[in-house]
Design a protein. Structure first.
Length: 419
């Protein structure tokens, strides 16, 4: 009740939109007509029928009623009773599959965090069925013996090594990772010896074509709106939390009478069994859809500790780019000793094995053109992104003084606040 009542007040009394959320609402409403998505427009449209503007107040009375029931009755008020019936009624209207029995039987799974080390830090990360922690730890294990701190942060050699580690870890992500209740995930993926052996396959002067790493994966020819927040309290209890509807506004279907969106998270399963394409579609077995199975995500909330104390709390939205965004924030702080503002502001790049290309933020292309040209000469295909990568709201705790510094990422929206 203590946790949920402030959310009830926000929904019932409303809150002022910032410019970014106003733009997002206007776009989703313009792209999805009221005839097909009536509840979307009823719930998220302006009462006067005009576009939203910064400062307008969004009020959600139906959502407030759902949250009030949860505050009064506990979590079961969502999975049974009135709210569950609203969900099932919506399923029937949309020819969906979820039943009252499915909702009543659902249970969250609480897992131990995945633990790794990098230089003198402990990495606490999310385990499968998210791919974030395993892939991040594998990349850090590869980078550790390469001693990035001895190089310039923006040299082509540094960027090349980061890209090649991304390439190899994302290949393993495609090959091995899925719901651990259905898939036997090799322990070696987070072991130092395996990572060192992988790192030794990196040519320091030449890009490795991604198809050369496919191995047993047969190659055939053929969204990014997650939310992250980082929190730390007066007792230094840290929370790094990432959650998602999958694409922006999920399925765009609002439960009638409930005021909340249904996700389209099924997109995170591999769509076509056995079909892995050069364009980046993955069809490997560990993440194929099955009843009761949790789909693979890229979410990567992380807490970094040094000498038993929290040093860094970070994470990001961004689909498959999430893990690489978090990697670069961690490296910026641990290896290159940037302050948290610099670490978050620094331009980013992304390589995900397939498609075989390196996406770079416009700022990276503009500020480090010589390095980008050198990467191209090494054989990397460089693509300049049209948009920013990630939104890594991050907290740093000074190891000497204990002072807390928060840096909200300026790429989308959000802010840092202390209470």
């Amino acid at each position: 009740r203590t946790l949920v009542l402030p959310a009830v007040a926000l929904a019932r009394e409303g809150f002022a939109l910032d410019a970014a959320v106003a733009r997002q609402l206007n776009k989703v409403l313009a792209d999805h007509d009221a005839a097909r998505f009536p509840e979307l427009h009823e719930t998220f449209g302006h009462r006067d029928g005009r576009p939203w503007r910064a400062g307008d107040r969004l009020v959600q009375p139906e959502l407030a009623d759902v949250l009030q029931r949860i505050a009064d009755q506990g979590p079961d008020a969502f999975y049974t009773g009135v709210t569950a019936q609203l969900i099932v009624d919506e399923m029937r209207r949309g020819e969906g599959l979820v039943t009252l029995g499915d909702l009543a039987a659902y249970e969250p799974v609480v897992r131990e965090p995945l633990r790794g080390t990098y230089r003198n830090c402990e990495i606490l990360a999310v385990p499968p069925s998210s791919s974030g922690g395993t892939t991040l730890v594998e990349m850090l294990n590869m980078l550790e013996p390469l001693e990035l701190a001895t190089r310039d942060r923006w040299s082509p050699e540094t960027l090349h090594l980061m890209i090649e580690c991304m390439r190899r870890a994302y290949r393993d992500r495609a090959c091995y990772l899925g719901d651990p209740a259905f898939t036997n995930i090799p322990a070696r993926l987070t072991e130092k010896s395996y990572a060192i052996a992988l790192a030794e396959t990196i040519n320091p002067r030449r890009a490795t074509p991604s198809v050369q790493l496919a191995g047993e994966i047969s190659i055939v020819r053929e969204s990014e709106q997650t939310t992250h927040l980082s929190v730390i309290d007066a007792q230094r209890t840290a929370v790094s939390m990432t959650y998602t509807l999958e694409q922006s506004f999920g399925s765009k279907v609002v439960v009638r009478g409930g005021g909340f969106l249904l996700n389209d998270e099924m997109n995170d399963f591999n769509w076509v069994p056995g079909e892995t394409t050069l364009a980046g579609r993955i069809g490997t077995a560990p993440n194929l859809a099955a009843p009761g199975k949790r789909m693979l995500s890229s979410m990567c909330p992380v807490v970094v500790r040094r000498n038993g104390r929290t040093l860094l709390v970070t994470g990001s939205p961004g689909g498959r780019t999430i893990i690489n965004t978090v990697l670069q924030v961690v490296l910026n702080v641990v290896d290159f000793e940037m302050d948290v503002r610099q670490a978050v502001d620094a331009p980013r790049l992304h390589q995900q094995w397939l498609p075989d290309q390196v996406r770079v933020e416009p700022a990276l292309a503009a500020q480090h053109r010589e390095a980008i040209d050198a990467l191209q000469e090494m054989g990397h295909t460089i693509v300049e992104s049209k948009s920013a990568q990630g939104d890594a709201h991050t907290i740093w705790i000074d190891p000497q003084t204990g002072e807390i510094t928060a840096a909200a990422d300026r790429r989308i929206s959000g802010s840092a606040a202390g209470f």
